[in-house]
Design a protein around this ligand. Structure first.
Ligand code: MG
Length: 157
């Protein structure tokens, strides 16, 4: 059996927060606002995997109203969900992600980010792909107000 999943997330970019994408801190003057560490990429990945397996979504696993997830490491959140998806018998085919981010340039960090995600999921580097697009200076992405991520995944069992 194969299943596809789709995850999406969006976080406001604000001063005084770190910009963390896929568990990697990217040097920048702003970072993601959020209850957890704000790792928008890992949140979209988590939702894609949970959606494909039919187990829930990141909000049902880690309600933002619950203080125990304040500033939580999103690698740990993904890892907890992935354990459940694996326990339901699913194996990862692949993940493919798009980040919409005006600044900074993502490409220099891409391989480090792919490696970081592959490490959390215990999969091969080439099962994880991430690309970034700018907002062409248009809209909330293009004016640097936010970062958005889409992730698709394929699960097999
Ligand atoms: Mg989020």
């Amino acid at each position: 059996m194969i299943r596809v999943g789709l995850g999406y997330d969006k976080h406001v970019l604000t001063e005084g927060r770190r910009l963390i994408l896929g568990g990697v801190e990217i040097p920048f003057e702003k970072g993601e606002a959020g209850h957890s560490d704000g790792d928008v990429l890992l949140h979209a990945i988590t939702d894609a995997l949970l959606g494909a397996s039919g187990l829930g979504d990141i909000g049902s696993y880690f309600p933002p109203s619950d203080p125990q997830w304040k500033d939580a490491d999103s690698k740990m959140l993904l890892s907890k969900c992935w354990d459940d998806v694996k326990a339901a018998g699913w194996n990862l085919g692949n993940l493919d992600c798009v980040i919409a981010l005006e600044k900074p340039k993502f490409l220099p960090f891409r391989d480090e980010v792919r490696k970081s995600i592959a490490t959390v999921l215990g999969c091969d580097f080439d099962q994880v792909f991430v690309k970034a697009k700018t907002g062409e200076k248009l809209g909330d992405v293009g004016t640097g107000k936010c970062v958005e991520v889409w992730c698709t995944c394929l699960l097999e069992k």
